[in-house]
Design a binder for this molecule. Structure first.
Ligand code: APR
Length: 296
């Protein structure tokens, strides 16, 4: 777990593990059976082709399009102290983002494919859209580091709130309140707001990357800690692949870092082609399968 330098590795420095720093060599490494415990770390960029904006892309990102919510600053929409005072901006946004309207992308299907081939050690996602579950990634393979819309509860007494009443409230842009009479606290989905603790499942799994034999980072600016540190936990000799519009975090500074700069869906299609499983990748995602239910 070498310290992440800031400058990219010099082109003249040969890889320690891969034949070269190319998608083809990554595919060959996987085909040759050297990568069976792949950790995948994703952010909003893997869902943009589903129609869900990311957060920080200039112009199209969510944070540059929230002026209509009259927020003191963009991230306030996910700030727990702001939510307590004014939950309406969040519920206005929830109406637009709530699962059910969007379908998984090719990038989500690629992650499911890795799982189908028993190559996926764990998917760490920052996304709250549940599209990885809808693509068929098994729930026990997913760490929703920033929570998701899957469950909701009162922020005061923590009493779970029924999904059907939540769906009704979100569709009407209402703010749901706790059903416990003497409480009547605000209800919030189990999404991690700024100022809140990450889920136990994240802390239980955060050291897993040091046991991985490959790391794939996709569609994230690696801006928010502690998630942003995950790729640095991989051992130095482990190939790390970044599939992203821009170089981010410490990716590209190690001898076996491979940068696939561009659209995520295009990047995973290239990797799938190298693995000879393009057709499996394009197979339709399980129809209108209901979103996987989490057992509380
Ligand atoms: N293909 C490849 N990369 C993409 C694509 C795409 N189609 N679309 C966007 N990207 C890249 C952007 O260039 C950017 O580097 O994905 C990254 C998205 O970064 P953010 O918008 O910051 O999203 P994310 O990294 O998921 O944000 C992390 O910040 O506000 C919090 O809790 C929120 O989970 C979120 C966290």
């Amino acid at each position: 777990m070498g310290q992440e330098q800031s400058s990219p590795v010099d082109e003249s420095v040969p890889p320690q593990t891969l034949e070269d720093r190319s998608v083809e060599s990554v595919a060959k490494y996987i085909r040759d059976g050297h990568a069976k415990k792949i950790v995948v770390m994703v952010g909003a960029g893997v869902s943009t082709s589903a129609g869900i904006p990311d957060f920080r892309s200039p112009d199209t990102g969510l944070y540059s399009n929230l002026a209509r919510l009259n927020l003191p600053y963009p991230q306030a929409v996910f700030d727990i102290s702001f939510f307590r005072v004014n939950p309406l901006p969040f519920y206005t946004l929830a109406h637009e983002l709530y699962p059910g309207k969007y379908r998984p992308t090719i990038s989500h299907s690629f992650i499911r494919l890795l799982s189908d081939k028993s190559l996926l050690l764990k998917l760490f996602t920052q996304n709250i859209d549940c599209l990885d579950r809808e693509a068929g990634v098994p729930e026990d393979k997913i760490v929703e580091a920033h929570g998701s819309f899957a469950l909701q509860r009162c922020i005061e007494c923590k009493t779970p709130f029924p999904e059907d009443l939540m769906k009704q409230a979100v569709s009407k842009r209402d703010v749901p309140h706790c059903l416990t009479p003497q409480c009547n606290g605000l209800v919030k989905p189990d999404i991690v707001f700024f100022g809140e603790q990450l889920p136990e499942n994240f802390h239980r799994n955060r050291s897993l990357p040091c046991t991985a034999d490959m790391c794939i980072v996709m569609g994230t600016s690696l801006t928010v800690q502690p998630f942003a540190s995950l790729p640095s936990f991989c051992s130095d000799e482990v190939p790390r692949v970044l599939i992203n519009l821009e170089r981010v975090g410490g990716l590209g500074t190690r001898a076996d870092d491979v940068l696939v700069l561009g659209d995520c869906d295009a990047g995973v299609r290239k990797l799938a082609a190298g693995l000879g499983c393009e057709k499996e990748l394009e197979a339709p995602v399980g129809g209108d399968q209901p979103r996987a239910k989490r057992q509380d």
